[in-house]
Write a protein of this length. Structure first.
Lengths: 114, 110
């Protein structure tokens, strides 16, 4: 299975600021995704990070709020822009490797917005 | 609308017993279904994947069944141990994207 790391692991931010979360995989992967897990809730898919092109966002999520980059097959970033306390969540990246169906998750980034 | 329901928020069982978790879904036609374990403050860890043409799959003390007619998956932990205490999530796939149930928190008492 892929080994996935995320930076930062946690952060406390002021409202109105932005935070960029990095996701690094130890091998090339076919697909990368970003999820959000709000306190006490399950995971919700934010977007699919497409290598070399714009991300594909799910309903309720927009690029201006959650810009995503994926410059290569092992790295992606998610930015949470103009943050408000409602953005306090755990943000997780996940990957699918070539010719596999299993999705592996990173350890998550715990974000608190004050 | 699409919906995924896991039978209960919490399940408390005695060590050595079998825990049975239920995942029901509507308005999905998944090619496969996955079960994950999540510990507090950590990302989900993959446990088992079962495809639509498979009835049952096992991995050590874990067993998953998948009934596409009933639109239901059952997840069993046999001979449960306190270390099995965690939240278990079922997830349905569509174009590699996963939709998750709310999860069932299992507590195994010694």
């Amino acid at each position: 299975s892929a080994v996935i790391s995320q930076k930062p692991s946690r952060d406390i931010c002021q409202r109105g600021t932005s935070l960029t979360i990095q996701c690094q995989v130890d091998s090339q992967v076919t697909m990368m995704f970003w999820y959000r897990q709000q306190p006490g809730q399950s995971l919700t898919l934010i977007a699919t990070a497409n290598q070399g092109s714009e991300a594909t966002y799910e309903s309720g999520f927009v690029i201006d709020k959650f810009p995503i980059s994926r410059p290569n097959l092992t790295f992606s970033t998610l930015t949470v822009s103009n943050m408000s306390p409602e953005d306090s969540s755990i943000y997780l990246c996940s990957v699918v490797q070539h010719y596999q169906e299993t999705q592996y998750f990173g350890p998550g980034t715990r974000l608190l917005v004050l | 609308s699409q919906k995924i329901e896991q039978n209960s928020e919490a399940l408390n069982i005695q060590e050595g017993k079998t825990a049975t978790l239920t995942c029901n879904y509507t308005n999905y036609s998944p090619a496969y279904l996955q079960w994950y374990r999540q510990d507090p403050g950590r990302g989900p860890v993959f446990l088992l994947l079962i495809r639509e043409n498979e009835k049952e799959k096992r991995k050590e003390r874990l067993k998953v069944t998948f009934d596409t007619t009933l639109k239901q998956s059952l997840f069993h932990i046999t001979a449960s141990q306190p270390a099995d205490s965690a939240t278990y999530l079922c997830a349905l796939e569509s174009d590699y994207k996963l939709s998750f149930g709310a999860g069932t928190t299992v507590t195994v008492r010694a």
